[in-house]
Design a protein around this ligand. Structure first.
Ligand SMILES: Nc1ncnc2c1ncn2[C@@H]1O[C@H](COP(=O)(O)OP(=O)(O)OP(=O)(O)O)[C@@H](O)[C@H]1O
Ligand SMILES: [Mg+2]
Length: 466
């Protein structure tokens, strides 16, 4: 692959007349335009997949497809590419039809070179603007509070400091942690705080595809490499050129593919499926896993050499239960950034207590989802224990200390009902929910055991800033 300055326009000329292609190639090369040429539609599609092109100059009459069909296929695969069509006299109507389908413009043969040059420069400006807009959108997406790493406690601050130190380097990073702890968020932070931030961040999830598909997804394939491979297709490693390849759930990758990935991590080389030629890509690799890769390695399921290559910097995401003081901050963050019904909710004190006590097996993702559900269920402006799942509501209860060995069942029930009413501060619907019975059954038990009612708590401590 030729190495060119990023600002050089890359032009794909598709015409079955070799003399015209040669003349145009000479003309544009003198103007510092990189030219790739093809004699028919199939060759054009293959070359556009191999090399990034900015503009395609396509003759309307090609041996295998019409210019309009080729335009549609190219635009589908490379949406930022602009197409200029070449038409003969009398086919202008077709060219106008092509404009409706997304062509940048058309020129009638015989071509006037200054006109063509002017068209090309303007089309290239459009391509550059579209790219800048996409980069800006990526930037906004990153800057948006939705992608901020929340947590001012020491565990999260250690993660943030490590990101700040490692992001500007090209070091491979292995992020580990339970599901929902923010591994993907960290990968984004590493990419967008690196010098590669203007180039793509490409994610590939190893758990989502079976091995053969995964290999072709990673490294691309040649035309005819397997049944159904009708066109040469670049892999995600190539698409990430100059940027970052984020390999999610790497613990799921099978050994055959691990060996091929090792080459990419070592020196950037790989082969497309069905090819005998090495290709080089400049990518930074970030990998994530919720498995213990060191144990997988000891068990022989993960290659030792790849493990050490990936683990240049290792970053462990703490589970939420190990950083409970961050919970109120996260609640405030999600109530603001993922507000439901455009309402400003507050969290009642006992609900907050329960949220802080709960074990959060699904970590921050579970917290965000539970909060969204609670906002949907809430009737007023307060989120109460009733709006949260029972497993969370019961987490608000400190463990009861009963001398269990010396108590009969009746006494145990009396004390437990009293305890739950005490902890829920006399809130009967909540107490009934915690006990897993309806309100009438609770009243009956209160009468039976002569348990008095207590006043209901009204404290409120967590606010979503609106
Ligand atoms: N520290 C944090 N601050 C704010 N939001 C967070 C934080 N950590 C995670 N989240 C949010 O929680 C959700 C899950 O995060 P993410 O997808 O990064 O987790 P993960 O570790 O990759 O999970 P999995 O292993 O299941 O893929 C996302 O919506 C993310 O924005
Ligand atoms: Mg993830």
């Amino acid at each position: 692959m030729a190495i060119l300055k990023r600002s050089t326009p890359r032009l794909l000329i598709v015409d079955n007349d070799p003399t015209l292609r040669e003349m145009l190639t000479r003309f544009f090369r003198q103007r510092e335009v990189a030219v790739i040429d093809a004699g028919d539609g199939a060759a054009a599609l293959a070359k556009a997949s191999e090399d990034r092109c900015d503009i395609a100059l396509i003759d309307l009459q090609l041996p295998d497809v019409t210019g309009i069909e080729l335009l549609a296929k190219l635009k589908e695969r490379h949406p930022e590419l602009e197409v200029i069509l070449l038409t003969a006299h009398g086919t202008e109507e077709t060219a106008i039809e092509a404009m409706k389908r997304g062509a940048y413009g058309y020129l009638t043969k015989p071509i006037k070179l200054p006109d063509l040059d002017a068209h090309l420069q303007k089309a290239y400006e459009k391509v550059r603007l579209a790219r800048r807009e996409r980069q800006w959108l990526d930037h906004v997406r990153y800057e948006s509070p939705r992608y901020q790493l929340i947590g001012s406690g020491p565990e999260m601050q250690r993660v943030v400091q490590l990101i700040e130190r490692v992001a500007p380097t090209d070091a491979t990073v292995l992020i580990s942690g339970e599901s929902g702890t923010g591994k993907e968020l960290v990968a984004r932070a590493l990419h967008y705080n690196s010098k590669r931030c203007k180039r793509p961040l490409v994610t590939v999830n190893c758990a989502a595809l079976q091995e053969t598909l995964l290999e072709s997804e990673f490294f691309g394939h040649e035309r005819g490499a397997f049944t159904g491979a009708q066109q040469t297709k670049p892999g995600l490693v190539e698409i990430a050129e100059g940027g970052t390849l984020f390999i999610d759930e790497i613990g799921e990758m099978l050994p055959g593919l691990q060996a091929k990935l090792l080459r990419v991590v070592e020196d950037g080389h790989f082969r497309r499926v069905g090819s005998t030629k090495d290709v080089h890509a400049d990518v930074r690799v970030i990998a994530a896993t919720n498995r213990r890769l060191d144990e997988e390695m000891k068990e022989g399921r993960f290659r030792e050499d790849l493990y050490h290559r990936l683990n240049v910097v290792s970053l462990r995401m703490p589970p939420l239960r190990e950083r409970r003081p961050d919970i109120p901050e996260l609640l405030g963050h999600f109530l603001t950034t993922r507000a439901v019904k455009r309402r400003c909710f507050q969290v009642q004190a006992d609900a907050l207590q329960a949220l802080c006590n709960y074990n959060w097996p699904g970590n921050v993702r579970e917290l965000a989802n539970v909060l969204e559900r609670a906002q949907i269920l809430a009737e007023g402006h307060e989120l109460t224990l009733d709006d949260f799942p029972e497993s969370i509501a019961t987490a608000g209860l400190p463990p009861a200390e009963f001398p269990v060995d010396s108590m009969n069942l009746r006494e145990l029930q009396r004390r437990h009902v009293g305890h739950v009413l005490h902890v829920t501060k006399g809130n009967k619907p909540q107490a009934a929910k915690v006990l897993g019975i309806n309100r009438h059954a609770l009243y009956r038990l209160m009468v039976k055991y002569k348990i008095e009612s207590l006043p209901v708590s009204d404290a409120v401590t967590v606010n979503g800033a609106c």
